[in-house]
Design a binder for this molecule. Structure first.
Ligand code: BG6
Length: 471
């Protein structure tokens, strides 16, 4: 619906931006840090590895000063598990612990609320080597042990913790590493239980803190008005979104999905009563989610889906292949959705729909922890970076937030990806998301000098006016 007048952003709205440790810190073997699974994963040709990041580990003070200049109210970053517990478990690394005390204190001094992700794609490699990472139930205890160190150290000064970044993307896109679909859902179950236990511990150890899951959530559109496409959209929503949030909020697996898994004999074997009690007992205080554009699906039968999947996996359309589930749905390109040059959707209306769906289903405050436009930027000779495309992207999504607030959604804040340029998960530094430009190329590190993009100055006005000035 269209309103005559939009509600203003609420007082105390958390304006800021996000990052993750392994993509920005660099210093990958410094001060006791060990390798994480993202450091050792194969890197697409022509793109940088994560070893040096954008040197945020050494330059966090300069970066936080720039965020303060923009008027940030929050900064979302992650703590690197392999810095805190270099062996994944056991001995705590004092240098790692001290580093994040410094980062948190620097934020607080600047009037910026730290929003801390406990785990962002950086499982310690030692745990992967020792027992296959999340494939093993042991990983639950080790994750909880790590979280308890963080709660003990930082819980008195961090108000917002996030358990796991994009668990759903890890399961849906990286699940094949576990060898079978059943093993993937078993590993996913371990993560759900680990998250539940972390939420319970957080509430025990730091009663003032709030904790939330941080999946990647998006509205799912049916490709047509065909009844079967509508069913496919409903099923895919259950699979991609509700599997991760119904379990976190209500402590139950979506019923139709469980029956579909059982029918295909991929339902995890090892789900105990105690696991389900933990899922039930754990209550998030809010929902954090990353949003990059809605998904569109059509129905596909088992036979047609298997054929389509195989064909797509052999072409540049492998993403379509990855998102094809024979007997449920096949992802399709949506001609009515704009795209970035990297093929990511630009869909602010989808953000409003997603916000509405989350609020109406879960009735918990919502925090957008990622949203952004990753494209190449050009540093001009005079040190300026003109990125009107980013301003346009962010503006449209912020208006969508305001419309959702006017709809009645309880939105706590907006933390786009990313505060400064960092290394994309699989597309290097050339795919830039930051408000702050970092001068380095894929292989030439240069001096990694920071520059203010046009979007920096624009976002500063947004933060300072509490979203009233979007021009
Ligand atoms: C999210 C991740 O999936 O998207 C981030 O949480 C990631 O870590 C971001 O960087 C953008 O994706 P990409 O692949 O362009 O880096």
């Amino acid at each position: 619906m269209q309103f005559k007048k939009l509600k203003p952003f609420p007082e105390g709205f958390l304006w800021g931006a996000s990052s993750s440790a392994y993509q920005c810190e660099g210093a990958y073997l410094e001060d006791g840090r060990t390798l994480c699974v993202s450091d050792t994963a194969p890197i697409p040709p022509g793109t940088s590895n994560f070893n040096d990041g954008v040197d945020h580990y050494h330059r966090f003070k300069e970066d936080i000063a720039l965020m303060k200049e923009m008027g940030f109210k929050e900064f979302r970053f992650s703590i690197a598990w392999p810095r805190i517990l270099p062996q994944g478990t056991g001995e705590v690394n004092a240098l790692g612990v001290a580093h994040y005390h410094e980062v948190i204190d620097e934020c607080l001094k600047a009037g910026i609320e730290p929003v801390v992700t406990l785990y962002h794609f950086d499982l310690p490699q030692v745990l992967q080597d020792k027992y296959g990472g999340w494939a093993s139930r042991q990983c639950i205890d080790d994750y909880v042990e790590y979280c308890k160190v963080c709660f003990e150290e930082y819980g008195h000064k961090v108000k917002y913790f996030l358990t796991i970044n994009e668990q759903n993307m890890m399961a849906l896109f990286m699940g094949s590493q576990y060898g079978s679909e059943k093993a993937c859902w078993q590993a996913n179950h371990h993560m759900l239980v680990a998250q539940a236990r972390a939420m319970i511990e957080c509430h025990k150890m730091c009663p003032e803190a709030w904790i939330a899951p941080a999946p990647n959530i998006t509205a799912i559109y049916p490709a047509s008005s065909a009844p079967l496409d509508n069913l496919a959209a409903m099923d895919f929503d259950q699979f991609r979104n509700r599997l991760f949030l119904d379990t976190a909020v209500f402590g139950v697996y979506p019923e139709a999905l469980v029956n579909w898994w059982k029918d295909r004999d991929v339902y995890p074997d090892d789900i105990t009563e105690e696991d389900m009690k933990n899922l039930k007992d754990a209550k998030p205080d809010f929902i954090a989610f990353n949003y990059y554009g809605a998904g569109t699906v059509k129905y596909v039968s088992v036979e047609d889906g298997e054929k389509a999947k195989k064909e797509a996996m052999e072409t540049a359309e492998f993403m379509i292949g990855l998102m094809t589930y024979p007997g449920m749905c096949q992802a399709v390109n949506n001609p009515l959705q704009e795209m970035t040059s990297y093929g990511m959707g630009i869909d602010p209306v989808g953000l409003r729909v997603t916000l509405r769906q989350l609020w109406e289903r879960y009735h918990l405050p919502l925090l957008i922890t990622e949203n952004g436009c990753g494209v190449p930027d050009k540093l001009e000779e005079d040190g300026t970076i003109h990125d009107p495309y980013r301003i346009d992207y962010l503006r449209k999504h912020i208006v969508a937030c305001q419309e959702a607030i006017t709809d009645g959604v309880d939105l706590m804040g907006y933390s786009p990806w990313s505060a400064f340029d960092l290394i994309s998960t699989h597309q290097g530094i050339t795919k830039r998301y930051g408000l702050i430009y970092v001068d380095r190329d894929e292989f030439d590190l240069k001096e990694m000098k920071r520059y203010r993009k046009d979007s920096f100055y624009w976002y500063k006005k947004v933060c300072e006016s509490n979203g009233a000035d979007l021009d």
